[in-house]
Write a protein that binds this ligand. Structure first.
Ligand code: WTA
Length: 637
């Protein structure tokens, strides 16, 4: 039983919850081992020790608090760390357990993974792929995706995973920017029983990319009518190289392991390149210290591999520790709303890591779903992606964890590579609503608009003050008076115990189905539709626990009928970004709310959409528009 009981205090933001003793006694990191982790940067040697190096590094960090490189001189291979290392002790243990959309199951032991990664790596080489070549991977959650990532890592070819839900145009842009001449995709996949033709999107992207593209296609659909053309079939490539072994390329610690694109304020995808040594050490260490993974665990991270969470905590972190990682292709509510709990029960999942938006959806679907399953295999729960509000925290704690599992609310970003803020689950008390303190070896503060220190409790921009191993190449950090700062776009408050509460993001980004997108990207897609004058995107939370995104759209004088325009908007978002990004509602308005200087008042739209207090509208040039928008919103579509 948990030490804490609901009677201990108000279930609000300020109450603290001690981790249960049963957990503390078995935790990977204890109070004593955490205390020894305070001498920056030397403390990170402990993380590096979790990784096998083919050449020892000369220094933990080459630089000072004003920046530098991690583990210079060191060499290693990430694929060898995730696969070969485990052959001695656990070659027959499951490395990846896959559950497909149609209920298919496939298990790869570490030995299976070793063979398939080697054969695919040999296949990639035979197509002319060399160390340093960027290989784009465009696949849903099928085992061939992590296999391809590890095969690329093996030969030192940085991978560029593009989320399968992105459109052809979004794929082409990412291949163009990364100058990637190789693409691994699939013919298609199933969604709620329907076939989605992924290869069509990939072919359209290839046509619009300026350079030649060599492609490999995983045949996932059983559909004879799909022609591979000049593409190579994944299975043929494997059988051509059956039994071959590829010596893992010894990569320098600061050679890129992969690149990934993320969204920021600019409306253009931003490239982030992660290193091999620092990234892997940080991923392995946090999987051990924060997610408490042990080799005998079955662990489920529900993120899509197409985003950073899937890279770090579905693939590199758990596999570097020799854990069994579950890969689920389907939807959480298909065929029934208890699907997630059924899978946890049937696979005896020990650690579950998901996103607040999923937890809020589970809450909405009802407690009868988790309550009808035996979830007693669970030991630890995790959350990432957004602030985990106290009511969702308590629901997760009570109904999923049965009050016996600590929750780690982990804060990090595509740019940080791995977790920077979280409680250590066997050490720290939890404060629902707060992500927790900076991990040992990480220093954070909050700063004012121009980088000056502010009162921690008042809040400001969350800022990391010392380099960390998982930081990417080309990090956008600034020199500060007495060192170095990576100033994030997150607004946060830090309490007297050092616990950070994230209040939101400063830049114009929205989170759709757990994926960060720039409002600009969506708005410019919608503004490209004939008949649309302007668009504003806001995210909506109230009125239901599930998050959604609304588009407020003003139209040209002679606009089309609204139903048609609505369809065009959806089509346009689908073709430029992807179907997942289509706003839940499109609200037409004669004008968007603007200040006298013509600046869009997005905050006001947010308040209206969330039924919030409107606050001061005196800055508006067109205050009459508020009533019109309110009435447009209350007209159900
Ligand atoms: C937000 C996802 C509050 C934050 C790993 C950050 C969070 C952005 C948390 C990064 C958390 C992530 N509490 N907010 N525990 N975790 N965020 O790059 O705004 O997709 O800057 O990486 O998600 O999103 P990204």
């Amino acid at each position: 039983m948990a030490d804490e009981s609901p009677a201990d205090g108000p279930r609000g933001e300020r109450s603290t919850v001690e981790p249960p003793k049963s957990f503390v006694d078995r935790a990977n990191v204890t109070a004593a081992s955490a205390a020894a982790f305070d001498d920056w940067p030397a403390c990170w040697e402990r993380a590096a020790a979790m990784v096998d190096w083919t050449e020892p590094y000369d220094a933990v960090f080459d630089g000072d608090r004003s920046g530098g490189r991690w583990f210079p001189g060191g060499r290693l291979n990430a694929s060898a760390n995730c696969v070969d290392t485990h052959l001695a002790e656990r070659k027959t243990q499951a490395a990846i357990k896959w559950i497909g959309k149609r209920g298919e199951r496939r298990t790869y032991t570490y030995l299976d993974l070793y063979h398939e990664v080697n054969e695919f790596a040999a296949g990639l080489r035979s197509l002319g792929i060399e160390e340093g070549d960027v290989v784009t991977l465009y696949m849903p959650s099928i085992p061939e995706l992590p296999v391809a990532m590890l095969a690329c890592a093996r030969i030192g070819a940085p991978h560029n995973v593009v989320f399968a839900g992105f459109s052809a145009a979004a794929l082409a842009e990412r291949m163009e920017r990364s100058e990637s001449e190789y693409l691994v995709t699939c013919d298609g996949y199933y969604r709620r029983g329907n076939a989605i033709y992924q290869k069509n999107k990939a072919d359209n992207a290839r046509i619009s990319v300026d350079h030649e593209v060599t492609d490999i296609v995983v045949e996932r659909l059983d559909d004879e009518s799909i022609k591979l053309g000049d593409a190579t079939a994944y299975d043929d490539l494997l059988s051509d190289h059956r039994g071959e072994e590829v010596e893992p390329v010894s990569r320098r610690a600061n050679d890129p392991l992969f690149l990934i694109y993320t969204s920021g304020t600019t409306g253009e995808p931003t490239e982030v390149r992660h290193t091999t040594g620092g990234y892997l050490a940080h991923a392995a260490w946090t999987s051990h210290a924060v997610l408490d993974l042990k080799p005998e665990d079955t662990y489920w991270c529900s993120a899509d591999i197409g985003w950073i969470t899937g890279h770090t905590y579905l693939v590199y972190g758990p596999l570097s520790l020799g854990t069994t990682t579950l890969l689920y292709e389907g939807a959480p509510d298909h065929p029934e709303k208890d699907r997630v709990w059924e899978l946890i029960e049937r696979n005896a999942v020990d650690v579950f890591y998901t996103a607040p938006t999923a937890i809020r959806a589970f809450m909405k679907w009802g407690t009868e779903h988790p309550d009808s399953h035996d979830l007693s295999s669970l030991r630890l729960l995790g959350s990432v992606g957004e602030p985990l509000n106290p009511s969702a925290w308590w629901w997760y704690h009570d109904h999923v964890g049965d009050r016996e599992c600590p929750i780690v609310d982990t804060w990090w970003q595509t740019e940080t590579g791995s977790i920077l803020l979280s409680t250590l689950p066997g050490v720290d008390a939890m404060k629902p609503g707060s992500a927790g303190p900076a991990l040992p070896g990480i220093d954070v503060t909050v700063v004012g608009p121009t980088g000056e220190p502010t009162g921690a409790a008042e809040g400001g921009r969350l800022t990391v003050e010392t380099p960390w191993p998982g930081m990417p190449l080309d990090l956008d950090a600034d020199a500060a008076d007495d060192g170095w700062q990576y100033v994030t776009e997150d607004v946060a408050r830090i309490d007297d115990d050092g616990y950070v509460t994230v209040l939101g993001r400063l830049d114009d980004t929205v989170t759709i189905a757990g994926h960060r997108l720039g409002t600009m990207e969506l708005e410019s897609a919608i503004a490209g539709v004939e008949g649309v004058a302007e668009a504003a995107i806001v995210d909506v939370r109230s009125g239901g626990p599930v998050d959604s995104v609304y588009a407020f759209v003003s139209t040209d004088e002679r606009h089309e009928d609204e139903a048609r325009l609505r369809r065009w908007i959806a089509d346009r978002v689908e073709s430029t970004i992807g179907e997942f990004a289509v706003p839940e509602r499109v609200v037409f308005t004669p004008e968007l709310p603007k200040t006298r200087s013509g600046k869009l008042l997005r905050r006001l739209l947010k308040d209206i959409a969330n039924d919030g207090e409107l606050g001061d509208t005196s800055a508006l040039r067109n205050p009459e528009i508020v009533g019109e928008i309110e009435s447009a919103l209350s007209d159900r579509e």
